[in-house]
Design a protein. Structure first.
Length: 367
């Protein structure tokens, strides 16, 4: 792909087609010190105040820099690589990171170790890259005093407060408002499917784990949905089209939202899974459609619960796990309270936190 000039017009050639770049599009990207604040990279002018008749008087390319004289007297020098990236509408930092599909055969994944300067280090960059590839990452030896979980999360971005608070304690308690706060087994599920928007990322920090059971389980919803798409396209199709109602009721709040069990983006690619059969309500549809839907949901549940797709491991004290709540399902095996304590703390953050941190570190280390 390259930028080409012809009669003071600028074109983008991607190898298969050639398109003219609008002069106004180029003008509003004027980036000299008169036009952009150096620190914030925010415009020092309002592009809506410009004449819509902006044109190019002269243009030349030298050393990968496009220099343009506009008909309003402004001279601008633009980096060709930056233009090409924008023309492709491609976020090279985040969305081009290739997801690694995995199932129960995933035996080893790199674990990271906490250190005091972690959050501004290349290790943090590698942690976030691993997270985006696999959907989860584990950091060992993270301090457990004074709710350090919250400090950890806020050092990446900002904690997402919910009705459960800034953070929550995962342990068996009397009269719980969620089965997570019992010693019962938890089948694979995504958290907070009833919330709009659903928290993107869950962080779990192991404080104490003295019991024999209580193993953490993870399933890659991305892998399962892609296999379902290939092997049962009719099931996949209805699960990506029918929205179900998720609902959570507590003494002082009722939360409700509608979504497909497999949500696609505008290009029909995987975006999100929501799955928590304890909380979903299927809408009233005609019998034939419901027959298909219930068969599809059952198949999806069987895949999520199959040992073929599940990994199982035990979090040790000071282990901190960050997992993608849009991609992964998590659960746990049962445990016996009489054996000892099992105490985890959890909180949520959203993608803007991890994406913002990743871009910052990429810029800092010129990666």
């Amino acid at each position: 792909m390259k930028i080409e000039l012809n009669n003071n017009k600028v074109f983008f050639n991607n190898g298969s087609s050639v398109e003219e770049i609008h002069p106004f599009w180029l003008r509003e990207r004027a980036n000299g010190e008169k036009f952009l604040d150096k620190g914030t990279q925010q415009r020092l002018f309002d592009p809506t105040s410009l004449s819509v008749e902006i044109g190019i008087k002269k243009a030349q390319i030298k050393n990968q820099i496009l220099e343009i004289d506009f008909n309003d007297g402004v001279n601008s020098k633009l980096n060709i690589e930056s233009i090409a990236q924008e023309f492709n509408n491609k976020d090279n930092d985040i969305h081009s990171i290739e997801k690694v599909k995995w199932d129960s055969k995933l035996k080893t994944i790199k674990n990271f170790e906490f250190k005091q300067d972690l959050f501004e280090s290349k290790d943090m960059f590698n942690i976030l890259m691993s997270f985006y590839k696999y959907g989860f990452v584990i950091i060992k030896k993270v301090p457990t005093k004074d709710n350090y979980l919250v400090k950890f999360a806020n050092s990446i971005g900002s904690v997402r407060r919910t009705n459960f608070g800034e953070h929550f304690n995962v342990k068996s308690i009397p009269n719980p408002n969620d089965l997570a706060y019992t010693s019962l087994p938890l089948a694979p599920h995504t958290d907070n499917p009833y919330r709009n928007p659903v928290p993107c990322i869950q962080i779990l920090h192991c404080i104490v784990n003295e019991v024999k059971g209580g193993f953490s389980t993870l399933v890659d919803g991305y892998t399962v949905s892609e296999i379902l798409k290939k092997e049962n396209p009719e099931f996949y199709d209805i699960l990506t089209k029918v929205k179900v109602r998720f609902k959570f009721i507590d003494k002082d709040v009722v939360l409700e939202d509608w979504s497909e069990l497999i949500k696609l983006d505008e290009n029909k690619n995987f975006k999100q899974v929501r799955f928590s059969p304890r909380l979903d309500y299927v809408p009233m549809l005609d019998k034939e459609k419901l027959d298909l839907y219930y068969k599809a949901r059952k198949k999806l549940s069987e895949m999520y619960n199959s040992e073929k797709y599940r990994i199982e491991f035990k979090l040790a004290p000071k282990d901190l796990m960050m997992m993608d709540n849009y991609r992964l399902l998590h659960g746990r095996t049962s445990y016996e309270v009489k054996e000892g304590n099992r105490f985890l703390q959890g909180c949520y953050i959203d993608y803007d936190s991890t994406e913002g941190k990743l871009r910052h570190l990429k810029r800092k280390f010129n990666i």
